[in-house]
Design a binder for this molecule. Structure first.
Ligand code: C2E
Ligand code: CA
Ligand code: CA
Length: 709
């Protein structure tokens, strides 16, 4: 043991001297011997010894117990008592001062030594424990969450300051009480008390959490949104020691969540519910009307007339302000139960719930229209606007909110068409039209999803030799029952639905793959004899390269990466651009001539050829010819077919041929059905022909068979 400084307090001087000598013998330092309690206190403060050996019975006023108590109150020094005898009472008093040992007089050296060693050991152990405890306490007290712990019987043993602040109970008040008494948790929605998690975790012997919307009711009656978890505590040896609970104040978190939720469901500009929230409420109304047939409601869709021109002339900021001002006007004549929403742009919607009949909805629409007609004053501008409204009632049993909205839209467009500033009711005629359309759209989507589209190929021949130069890919819809639907029946619909480019690109890929397959089979020169593909007998000469024609809807020209898509398809299918002809119609130039010209130029970079389809129908067509990079013009079959009887048509065909040839373009005549038509065209110098005279569009399997024969 290291050398320690020991203060000896003993009024029998002989004993004191003996002690001093022995202790020095044991390797300690004994700088002082004092004989009174007062002197002991003073020397202890002065010397700060490592241990005090204290005689209990001192002759002066203060006895050893009082002196020890005074010393240990201010100094962390272990005291060991010396005593010759002691009655029960004295010993009890002594034990209150938490001494580190007793040595009986007369002492024995071995006993003295053991007692002192134990005292030092106990003292250092106690010090470590105390430090450790203080450290843990500091940690618990600095946690920003409330922490409360119970003993194994479920009584509160500890609470940190945050737990005190949240609950409104001080630790001193709470210790020894049941957590259920101190922490009242409540469900914010149901306002029901929730089982105390601390007790629950103790009883169930597992970690428990509070529900998400829990409130803590403080002692002062405050309701604090909290999140919380509690878990049992185990000793090293696995014994249940109690439970600990962590409570976090989630006021701010819930405020942010609520704000986010609000933002997700509301339009930022007008603070009205947005489309999502509206659809949700609408769906609830639909569900309710199905449960209780007496419940009826109406949906209005409202669109400001000529809002775009206001936006364009006065700027977006004023346009936005106008929208902000419109919102409260929509609400003026509505009840609290009704929902007014903004869908974006200048489109608003209203849900009128629980209305007796359609007249109520019409009157509401009239009032809203009247309200909108009142002048708006926005930054010194007086604005007069009108709106159009479409109304739909739930008299038709709807299942989907979106269907209802679509119908309201249809009615709204009717109102716009008829003259603005008015409303229109969606009626049964519109309904059956809309239903038909919906069914057809659904069927077409199914057709695409279930791979019911297929491509047929119609040969295009060189008129002079009947050699097939190209095959036009024409899409068909093959129903499961075998019925074949022609593109006239569904391409326009696909255009309206915005899926025509998907179809076209599918056809393109299909056709390229098919052409590659035919190329691999080794194509010779083919002729058509009586509608039959026949290999030319003397086909030793190099066969002309067969190409495919693919129709492109005008809608492609609104697409950004059209050229990339096409380049990808060519590359994936390993087809040279020279073997692809793209058929477009003049309408491409009408919509956006500049952009179309640029896109065509890009497409031509892929070495593909451009055909102008259905030429002669529609526009003042001739002027386009020299403005765009067109390789081949296809004369529409309406001219070809009238040509032999109608001289005017004949002259048009002649003029087209002359012009095209002057401009260096080749010509294909469509819809040739008779040998006479073919002969006239041949006479006029037309290069290519297509029509039932040569062949109809044929499926690829049949063509393959013919080629192999
Ligand atoms: P189109 O491009 O003018 O195609 C020629 C149409 O005329 C084809 O009808 C063809 O079968 C038909 N036809 C060919 N020879 C004769 C003939 O001698 N007499 C008569 N009366 N008709 C003949 P189909 O296949 O019904 O195609 C109709 C239209 O559908 C096509 O007219 C084309 O505009 C469009 N179409 C076809 N496939 C596609 C496609 O994949 N994408 C796009 N966007 N449109 C396509
Ligand atoms: Ca075509
Ligand atoms: Ca055509």
């Amino acid at each position: 043991m290291d050398k320690k400084t020991i203060l000896v307090v003993e009024d029998e001087i002989v004993v004191a001297m003996d002690l001093q000598a022995t202790l020095i013998d044991l390797g300690h330092e004994v700088p002082e011997i004092v004989i009174s309690g007062e002197a002991a206190i003073q020397k202890a403060l002065e010397l700060r010894p490592d241990l005090v050996l204290m005689d209990i019975h001192l002759s002066a006023d203060l006895d050893g117990i009082d002196a020890a108590a005074a010393i240990t109150q201010v100094l962390d020094i272990p005291v060991v008592y010396l005593t010759a005898y002691a009655d029960e009472k004295t010993l009890q008093r002594a034990s209150l001062t938490a001494p580190f040992g007793y040595i009986l007089k007369p002492f024995e050296v071995r006993e003295l030594r053991a007692n002192i060693e134990i005292a030092f050991y106990k003292h250092s152990l106690e010090k470590t424990i105390k430090e450790h405890r203080q450290w843990l306490l500091a940690v618990l007290n600095s946690i920003s969450e409330g922490v409360a712990a119970s003993d194994p019987t479920g009584l509160i043993k500890f609470m940190n300051p945050v737990a005190e602040a949240l609950s409104g109970w001080s630790q001193a008040e709470a210790v020894g009480r049941s957590p259920a008494e101190v922490f009242h948790f409540m469900d914010e929605m149901t306002r029901r008390l929730i089982d105390n998690p601390l007790l629950k975790s103790l009883h169930e012997d597992q970690t428990v959490y509070l529900p998400e919307n829990a409130l803590l009711l403080s002692k002062q009656g405050h309701e604090i949104p909290v999140s919380d978890s509690a878990a049992p505590i185990y000793s090293d040896r696995g014994q249940l020691e109690g439970a600990v609970m962590v409570v976090r104040d989630s006021t701010e978190q819930r405020r942010i969540e609520a704000q986010l939720q609000h933002n997700a469901l509301h339009d930022a500009l007008t603070q009205l519910p947005n489309r999502g929230l509206f659809l949700d409420r609408l769906q609830q109304a639909i569900d309710r009307s199905r449960r209780s047939p007496g419940f009826s409601f109406a949906v209005m869709v409202l669109d400001l007339d000529r809002f775009k021109s206001i936006n364009d002339t006065l700027g977006h900021l004023l346009g936005d302000q106008l929208l902000v001002e419109v919102a409260p006007r929509l609400k003026t004549h509505l009840r609290a139960v009704d929902t007014v929403a903004r869908f974006g742009g200048d489109e608003f919607a209203v849900l009128l719930e629980d209305i007796s009949d359609v007249a109520v909805a019409c009157r509401a629409a009239e009032r809203i229209l009247g309200e909108i007609k009142q002048p708006f004053t926005i930054e010194n501008h007086e604005l007069l606007i009108t709106a159009s409204i479409g109304i739909v009632m739930n008299s038709i049993p709807y299942e989907q909110a979106t269907d209802l909205l679509r119908h309201a839209d249809i009615a709204m467009y009717r109102a716009k068409k008829r003259g603005r500033g008015d409303y229109e009711l969606f009626d049964t005629a519109m309904h059956s039209q809309a239903r038909d359309l919906m069914q057809r759209e659904h069927a077409l989507r199914q057709a695409i999803a279930y791979n019911q589209l297929t491509v047929h190929y119609q040969p295009i021949v060189a008129l002079a030799t009947h050699e097939i130069t190209s095959l036009e890919a024409l899409v068909r819809w093959q129903k499961p029952d075998g019925e074949l639907i022609y593109p006239d029946q569904f391409i326009a619909l696909a255009e309206e639905m915005g899926i025509v480019t998907t179809i076209d690109q599918w056809v393109l890929r299909q056709a390229c793959q098919q052409l590659r397959a035919w190329q691999r089979m080794g194509l010779g020169a083919w002729v058509l004899v009586g509608g039959q593909l026949t290999r030319q007998p003397d086909s030793t000469s190099l066969p002309p390269a067969l190409s495919i024609n693919v129709n492109l809807s005008t809608y492609h020209f609104g697409q950004k990466n059209l050229v990339e898509t096409f380049a990808d398809v060519l590359q994936e299918t390993d087809i040279d651009g020279h073997h692809l002809k793209l058929e477009i119609t003049e309408s491409v130039f009408i919509e956006n001539a500049k952009e179309a010209a640029a896109m065509l130029a890009d497409l031509k970079q892929l070495n593909v050829q451009i055909c102008l389809d259905d030429f002669g129908t529609g526009y003042s067509s001739l002027s386009y010819l020299h403005q765009f990079p067109i390789d081949i013009v296809k004369i529409d079959r309406s001219f070809v077919q009238g040509m032999d009887t109608d001289t005017e048509k004949l002259e048009i065909v002649r003029a087209i041929l002359n012009l095209c040839h002057t401009l260096g373009m080749a010509v294909t005549a469509e819809g040739i059905e008779t040998p006479q038509q073919r002969d006239i065209l041949l006479d006029l110098g037309c290069e290519y022909g297509q029509g039932y005279l040569f062949a109809r569009a044929i499926d690829s399997a049949t063509i393959t068979q013919d080629l192999q024969r």
